[in-house]
Every structure is written in structure tokens, then in C-alpha cells.
Ligand binder design. Sequence first.
Ligand code: DON
Length: 328
Amino acid sequence: MSTPTSETTPLSQIQTIVDMTFEKYRNVDDGEVATYIPELGKADPKDFGICIVTVDGNVFRAGDWDKEFTIQSMCKPFAFQMALEQRGMEATHRHVGVEPSGDAFNSIELDPKTTRPFNPMINAGAIAVASLIKKSPVEAGIHAFVETMSRAAGRDLRIDEAVMESESLTGNRNRAIAYLMRNFSIIDDHVGDSLKQYFAQCSLLVNCMDMATMAATLANMGSNPVTGDRVFDFQFIKRTLTVMFTCGLYDYAGGWAYEVGLPAKSGVGGGIFGVVNRQLGIGVYSPKLDAQGNSVRGILACKELAQHFGLHAFEFTNVGSSFTQWLL
Ligand code: DON
């Protein structure tokens, strides 16, 4: 690893570290592309992209940063944010908790103490959240979701119809989870519409730069740092980031928090995005997944970037809360 020289600018030093991270892991070939949704199996296993967007709008990128893939479970924090904004905390939490489950993303389980899904990052919680933000007709809720996500990305996004179809055709496990929740009145009678909303959300096409920009929008108190558009209500963002931090990587959530230390979310399409509050967003893409369903090179790249830039939430250089301002 070369040390940046005095002739380089801070921005070019950041780009150099992004480039070095890409080069270091570009030939890692471990993991498997997800095939349980047949359309996902068509991903090119060689694809690997990295993007960082800062809250002042600087962009750093490497590799296949503009290659599109479906957002999959990375839609879950944004849908949760929308539910909090539309319904408020109390009403939202009648339908979903905030406890890590420590189980796989597609577990057919509810919290036995409350009969709610454990959290909004696992499928059960995400379907409950989809049920809260769906509209009638169902197309209106899907359109509203795509519209908000497009504003967060700063460009018009669209749904991959073939993936959405494939999700639905193979979605019997999600149907089982949804009907279990219907039984406990966690979701309403429009079970099919809740599932449609969820399948559509997962099928949104994004690239690394979209994910990094959306992450930077969360980091930037809800305003897209490139377009200046106020997309999300800042008062709920700390709630969204919290469930990402504790539950975003499923049964690797503890290891991730320990080693990388960022609120983040993965998807079976091969994406991972992470947020450094008030600083930047990261989006990485590589479709080969580990046993927990997280991108192998995505995890390696995030670990490397977090270490180089000191991004861990509890890094000693990070002053954290605003408490000390009271002492000034
Ligand atoms: O529910 C499913 O099976 C997918 N559409 C989303 C799952 C997903 O991305 C899990 N994440 N790692």
C-alpha cells in the first residue's frame, strides 16, 4: 500500500484508496451468486464496483460502479424510514419490533413475546412495513416508493419486471411469513398487495453510485447532497440507522458491527450500502455471496475502507454525540 505524497490532494488520496481497495479484491472469487430467485442467477459473477459519496457531494468510484443490479433487501431501511414518516413511531411499532433476531433473513418466525416480526430488516418485518406503506391501488404505493428512491438516488430509477415476476413465482416462503402475520393481525387482509409491494421494492434497479448517494442522503440529514433535494425527514433517520446497525447484516450483524462498525444493509443481489453519519455513504456491488447471503467482496471492500478512513462508529477519532457543545 503506497503512502499518498505531499503533491496529491486530499480528494485524489481518497480516490487512490478506493482504487487500491478495488485492485486488492478484484480477483477474489469466493461465494456463490444467489439462484433461489432464478433471475438473480443471471448476474455476472465478475462484476465488482465501489462508490463513495460525501455529504458535500464529492464522488469517488471504481470498477463496475455503474452496473445495475436489483436492490433486494437494501430496500428495507428506506421502506422502514417511509413507514415512520407516514405512520409515526408508535403506529409503526405496533407492527414491527427493533430486536436483532440473530436468525436468517427469511426465517418463518415472529417474536413470541409480541407476535410482531423481530425487526424491519428481516423479511417478516419488511413485509409488515410494506403493508404499512402500500396504497390502493397497489401500483400507487409502488410508484410512491420508486419516486422517493429516485429522489434519494438523484436519477429516475425503475423496477426490473423480470426479477419482480421471478420473486413472485418463487416467493412461497414470503407468502408463508405473510399469512402467519395475517393470522396475528400484524398485517391487514390485503396480503397479496403487501407481498406485491415488497416484491416490487426488492426489484428496484440500482447501481453502486445510486446506493452511495442514497446512503449519503441518510448521512446528510435526509437531503440528497448532489441535488439538494430534501428527501427524508431527519427526525426518523437515527431510528433507521439504528436498526441498520443492529440488524442490517442478519446473522452476521454482530460481527459486522464489531469489525466494520457502520450502519449498513446488504441484499442478495450482491449490494451492500453503509452510512457514516454526517460524513458519507458507501455503495458496493459484487454478486457472489457468503453463507449468510452477504456479498463476499462487498464485505471485504467495506472492511478495508472503514479501516483506511477510520469509519468505525467508535473509532477514537470520532467525537460522536453533540454533548460536549453544552460545555462550551
Ligand atoms: O425476500 C427475498 O427473498 C428477497 N427478495 C430479498 C432478500 C434479500 O435480499 C436478503 N438479503 N440479503
